[in-house]
Design a protein around this ligand. Sequence first.
Ligand SMILES: [Zn+2]
Length: 471
Amino acid sequence: MIRFHNTLGGRIEPFIPLVPGHVGLYTCGPTVYNYPHIGNYRAYVFEDLLKRFLLFSGFKVTHVMNITDVDDKTILGAERLGQTLQEYTQVYTQAFFEGSATLRIMPADVYPRATEHIPEMAALIRGLLDKGYAYYREGSVYFSIAKFQGYGKLSRIRLDDLEPGRRSDADEYEKENVHDFALWKAPKEGEPFWETDLGPGRPGWHIECSAMSSKYLGETFDIHCGGVDNIFPHHENEIAQSEAFTGKPFVRTWMHCHHLVVDGEKMSKSKGNQYTLMDLVAAGVDPLDLRFLLLATHYRKMLNYTSDALAQAGASRRRLLDFLYELEHRSFPASGTGTGIASVLGRAREGFQAGLSDDLNISESLSALFEMVREVNTLVASGELDAKGAGDAAAFVRGLDEVLAILPPKAEEALPAAMASKIEARQKARRDRDFALADRLRDELLREGIVLEDTKDGVRWKRVRPAGPAS
Ligand SMILES: [Zn+2]
């Protein structure tokens, strides 16, 4: 039985998806107005651990992660540089995808972009107007929070001294400023806008996630994640918009991860402690050490990033890598003296699974893993581990890495850039129906030891012994 903490209600509950065996997961994606910092990646790594654990537990997962490419921050950023919204956001969208791959974060099934879902948002807003939950003021549309019973149930906000009709256009605001929020913003000088039947304008931030989550996951779905700073107003407003529109529960389980601080202090540009992934990689940090650090603290606890903590995470990870290397490279007796390896691995698997099943208690899972390392090392030292046992233990570690994703990426992901671009060039040649060029590139790759296989899911490659010079 898997149990998760649900921010809605504040309790740990058994997790049972709406459709047996299939989980609908929505995670708030990046607002692409700057390079993601390690606090952003803490949330993405937590979500990745959650998703990988659900897959490991036998669920099918449909994961949707939005890209917020129009909101107050992206518009302001583009304006400052005199760029179009698209030029401006493209750079950061790309950086987000690269960073995610570097941290071995599994791609989502869909990455809907806000700018590509304006009609869906307009339809949702139209529905809220028709049902009386929203109203126009000077070309903008606002959500009337007084009309929605249950406003504040996620963040447990007090509405006692609510001033009826107080409203603002800002996407982000503090709890003390609870007010009617903008669903649709009338055009302003120099801002991008869309023509819709609501009139010209652009969406507020919150409506984006309501429209895109229901489009891909349905009106009610299983899990919605984000950082604690998303609880209010973002997720509170999503619930209000979606439930007012559908009359149905929006999300069954809300999961939020806590902040990351650096040396005990809140990250901020002015303090110079707002590290991006690129900053750390440039300083020689192994991104998978960082991943290990980010996932090893329980998601509902504050994570204090320090260079010591990073070094410790690196040391633990190295211990696991060394262990695996030994198992896979040293020779073991063909038959041992009756080893207890099966029970060691069985216990470790149980402990690992039990930990994560308990609201992603990663510490318990990692202790089970490292206890196994210790016990297997004892078997090795006493000569009790045979070749089959060593193979089983190695396979076990690789199996758990489907969840942790802290081992070095497989060869597939480590293809040299020159060869990757050659494969890309061949694909382009094929699309352009330039088969002579495509074949020449295929032969070149073969001479470099890369054999290509065209499958219905696209091109695959594998390494072979390089062929001799072309005759
Ligand atoms: Zn969102």
